[in-house]
Design a protein around this ligand. Sequence first.
Ligand SMILES: *Cc1c(COP(=O)(O)O)cnc(C)c1O
Length: 267
Amino acid sequence: MAVSLAHASVRRVLVSARGPSRVFATAAMEGEVAKALQEVTSRIGAAAAKAGRADRLPRLVAVSKTKPAEAVREAYDAGQRVFGENYVQEVVDKAPQLPQDCAWHFIGHLQSNKVKTLLEAVPNLALLETVDSAKLASKLDSTVAALGRPPLAVFVQVNTSGEESKYGVEPAECVALARHIQEQCPHLRFAGLMTIGMPDYSSRPENFQCLQDCRRAVCDALGLEEAAVELSMGMSGDFEAAIEMGSTNVRVGSTIFGARQYPAKAS
Ligand SMILES: *Cc1c(COP(=O)(O)O)cnc(C)c1O
């Protein structure tokens, strides 16, 4: 009896010392992330070369949503610095566990009432890719000002699939939102356009073409150079096609970190 009690308490101590996120960092994963990252990086290089853009490689955002800090750390140790997260609570928990020179991109739907939490907890938030309303832009602008942060780079998210259920502005509305950011939000820096594609997170050439057309319209309306306006498009299934169609920022998750094992948490 005494023996089994002692055994049980030792086990408990071990479990709590390792912490809950350790559970997901299985031995099988060791080294896998670094290897996958290297493969994705070389595929990006090849796609850029094919598109005649070998001198302007697109940025790789390693999408670490639902993955433990240890997996992000492995990518970091392999040289990756830009990471993407979808959920406010998750990035608020994870970012402080990683070095401060990580550049976090927020790529999920953001509610105005979570803006302060996100900006306060993640000082190294480098880019918010999912601005989809003037209300959200204005809230970001005033919060950046109140926190005394440097201007925050943002992308406008465009719904290029025409599906009702997706976040993002309609293509016809992207000029108005980009103009609002450019003219009314001095603490934001309008840096580009982002799209997911189809509602099932796949995409078609039409989605990428639509985002290119949006950029042309925004540049014409606001007098910007196309080179100054990024296109964030392409995920695990289609990043090479997206690069060939002008993507400057690909968001790749499962190909680097493995399939996501558990359902997305609500932000
Ligand atoms: C999850 C996610 C990704 C990455 O998707 P993968 O197919 O795992 O590469 C990219 N962009 C957004 C907006 C996402 O939510």
